[in-house]
Design a protein. Sequence first.
Length: 289
Amino acid sequence: MIVPQDTYALLQYNMIHAHDTFKLEYDTIVSHLDSLPKDDLRNFLGYCEAWALSIELHHTSEEDIVFPFLNQKMNFSEEKAQHELIHANLDRILSLIVAAKADPTKFDSCALRDIMNDFKETLVSHDHLHPFPAITVYQYTHLDEEVKHISASNLKTAQFEERDVKAMVERLETYAKSHGDPFLLVPFMRSHTPAAIKDTWPSMPWIVRKVVVPYVLAKKHSGCVRTHENPLALLMYRVDIGSTLLILCLDALLGDFVDVSQYLCAIAKAACFIRSGTIMSVTPLSTSP
């Protein structure tokens, strides 16, 4: 899916990809409940926790940035009410995970399965057209209906100014970058981003996308991200300095850098990231994709 040039379509574009990662992660969790990896339970719990926290942050950003803006000319009260139902089950999931991490012997996979099923029901409690549809249809009703509501045509019909929509999208991106645990949520999201859009979504400087995320941020929680991903998701890279230098060299040869000075500049920036542990101060190279 090509990044839209129409400002009005940017919000829906970003939301589609964010929602697709949540769907993939949900399916991954459910697929493991029948054959729970007991020898790797802590990483599985970490995966579940990352999923729940990702949705929490996503919904908080919508309620703080998106809904107040759109509610000026549209009505997103139904989406807000759906969030409240969803978060009741997210709280149950997080409570179960916290207790299981404190004492893994007390983890109850049946209880988690029941909560996941309840969570699924909250996503469709408002759908009166299909009371008992197939699982692959009704898991994602809330996510899909929200995407339809924020379509470019709906924003234009509501007569939002293009500059105001652009400013809202920029505020949303800033919010996402400044909230949540970047060592957990960013690698988790990136590990479920399809290869076709991995170099363009979400928007970030080359050095962050190719070096900081896979080789710095992913290290802290690499077990839960790497071990339990869906086969359709991309594997997180193992972290080591040799691989970091190798990927830099390969990208240089493939044309991501115009000359050696930019290549050396990228290495220097990567070293600064590793030393400081921050991802916010970098500026993209002028030739970055």
